[in-house]
Design a protein around this ligand. Structure first.
Ligand SMILES: [Zn+2]
Length: 233
């Protein structure tokens, strides 16, 4: 014979299933969330891209410095060759040398600026790569753990669902329909225990006739304030 208290057992089982389903959903959400690893990788890529980007101006300045130095060497060669004796010509050479010296120091300043940034970036690059490696390997282990717990949780579910269906199969359809309806309307709790004369679903004290009815009849009695199915604790 069906007794109302069986609905309470059904509720415990439903809660168990619901908890597991929620845990599975949480595990899956954590599995899907790769944002930390992606962010660390993006940082590594950004630094590498900036280092590559700095390569072009660096080569340009280095090339310019080389050119200036070779022009200067040529001038020196001509001056020291003793072939140039004309004072005005010598003066022109000296002027050109001074010019080249200014260009040389401008180019060196620009190059130095780039080299400083490159050096700083190389340190940051090492640190960013280390950080990424650490995050990546932690994530790899996390994924293995999460997959294992997803599998474990998922494996238990079919047996519980079967148990739930077996249990519900013996219950009167009206009782089940009421259970499902109230469960839906009352935040997943269809059955409330009665303790010290109060419904534990809504915490309100039951009218004495209602309390009497729960105690004495085998019929399903619903709380007059929250409609939950009442069961004596
Ligand atoms: Zn109630």
């Amino acid at each position: 014979m069906f007794i109302v208290k069986q609905l309470y057992d059904l509720q415990l089982l439903d809660w168990d299933i619901q908890d597991r389903e929620q845990s599975i959903a949480e595990v899956r959400a954590r599995l899907a969330d790769d944002s930390k690893r992606i962010a660390a990788k993006q940082r590594v890529d950004r630094i590498a891209a900036r280092l590559t980007e700095l390569g072009t101006p660096r080569r340009q300045h280095e090339g310019a410095i080389q050119q200036i130095e070779s022009r200067r060497a040529n001038i020196d060669k001509r001056i020291f060759s003793g072939m140039v004796t004309n004072a005005r010509e010598l003066e022109a050479f000296e002027e050109e040398k001074a010019n080249l010296q200014r260009q040389h120091s401008d180019e060196e300043d620009s190059l130095l600026e780039i080299l400083v940034e490159v050096e700083e970036l190389q340190d940051v690059d090492i640190e960013a790569n280390r950080t990424f490696e650490a995050i990546n390997s932690a994530r790899e282990s996390e994924i293995i753990e999460l997959q294992a717990s997803e599998q474990a949780l998922s494996q238990e579910l079919p047996a519980l669902s079967e148990q739930r269906n077996d249990m519900a199969a013996d219950y009167p359809p009206v009782a089940l329909a009421t259970y499902d309806l109230v469960r839906k309307r009352r935040g997943g709790q269809a059955v409330a225990l009665v303790e010290r004369g109060a419904c534990q679903g809504c915490r309100l004290t039951l009218p004495s006739n209602e309390l009497q009815k729960v105690r004495t009849t085998q019929d399903m009695v619903q709380c007059s304030s929250c409609t939950r199915i009442l069961v004596i604790a």
